[in-house]
Design a protein around this ligand. Structure first.
Ligand SMILES: NC(=O)c1ccc[n+]([C@@H]2O[C@H](COP(=O)([O-])OP(=O)(O)OC[C@H]3O[C@@H](n4cnc5c(N)ncnc54)[C@H](OP(=O)(O)O)[C@@H]3O)[C@@H](O)[C@H]2O)c1
Length: 288
């Protein structure tokens, strides 16, 4: 694939970008992983480079596209109008010779929605080779510095406005593997992949699994959408984004995410990881 150029990965230090970049590099594809604070790539892997890229600093946009043939596009997180960043960048990418684009989107965003939804059509209009990844909520939201992980460590609780609604949480490793295939398979996928884990779980179900692994009771505390919005905004999150996330919780409560999809198995040939398996491998995340 090197004859079709380097693969540019935006969000190259994030949950999926880091994993996509590592998978591609391990398979011998030249990769450029970029973000505001790029980290070193896997040691001793030829063809892996990093670069500085900031959605808010357009001077960083042209240099990272040099020599690039394919693009894994992680949108700017928490931007009120992602299309305003992404569409000019897609135009620049096309002029720079990019042929294939794989967009990381979300199961919660339909093409008919504004914001990121607008970008799906913009990609199809500009590129003959494309894929849109629509993952469900990430299992990684319960690890690292995510507020849910902090809530479990500090207060033995997960707080949401999702009520008893269920979500088919998915491992970022599975999303990345679908993304890497969409970038490198000989035939472009030219489709949107709804990507989920194997089973839809409520936050109470998740708390039960974490309780078993952590060895102490952890509970789900259901709050109203307005309380959730205020909690998120009080952490410094822009109010519009806090409202959007709280609204997504309310949609979950109403059943919007209670579904599974065969995409991981169809694209990778193996079943997606279960939350029980993920939790068993991440017990350290909930140690106080
Ligand atoms: N978490 C979920 O459950 C979930 C579910 C479905 C879809 N998604 C989607 O997945 C995407 C990523 O979410 P995530 O929470 O997993 O985040 P993430 O990918 O772990 O982190 C965001 C990445 O973007 C980079 N970044 C942030 N602001 C940037 C900027 N202004 N310019 C350039 N790079 C920037 C960050 O690196 P630097 O800080 O170094 O710049 C990091 O590499 C979001 O678009 C989200 O909507 C998430």
């Amino acid at each position: 694939m090197s004859e079709s150029g380097r693969v540019l990965v935006t969000g190259g230090t994030g949950n999926t970008g880091r994993r996509v970049a590592a998978l591609l590099a391990a398979a011998g594809h030249p990769v450029r992983a970029v973000s505001r604070r790029p980290e070193g790539g896997p040691a001793g892997v030829a063809g892996f480079e990093t670069g500085r890229f900031d959605w808010d600093d357009t001077a960083t946009h042209a240099p990272v596209l040099e020599g690039v043939g394919r693009l894994y596009l992680v949108p700017p997180t928490a931007a009120p109008d992602p299309a305003a960043h992404l569409i000019p960048f897609l135009d620049r990418a096309r002029r720079a010779g990019v042929e294939r684009v794989v967009l990381l989107a979300s199961s919660a965003i339909a093409e008919t929605d504004g914001g990121l939804g607008e970008v799906y059509g913009a990609i199809r209009e500009r590129f003959a080779q494309w894929a849109v990844l629509q993952p469900s909520w990430f299992m990684q939201n319960f690890t690292g510095d995510h507020p849910h992980a902090h809530g479990v460590r500090a207060y033995d609780e997960i707080v949401t406005a999702a009520g008893d609604g269920r979500i088919a949480f998915v491992d970022a490793d599975d999303i990345a593997e679908v993304g890497a295939r969409a970038l490198t398979d000989e035939h472009p996928h030219n489709t949107a992949h709804l990507i989920t884990g194997p089973r839809a779980l409520s936050y109470a179900d998740v708390a039960e699994v974490i309780s078993r692994v952590a060895g102490r009771p952890v509970r789900h505390r259901a709050v109203s959408g307005a309380t959730m919005r205020d909690r998120l905004a009080s952490t410094g999150m822009p109010v519009r984004f806090a409202e959007l996330l709280a609204g997504m919780d309310e949609a979950i409560a109403a059943g919007a995410e209670d579904r599974t999809s065969p995409a991981v198995e169809r694209v990778t040939g193996r079943a997606p990881r279960s939350f029980a398996d993920f939790a068993a491998a991440h017990a350290d995340a909930w140690r106080r």
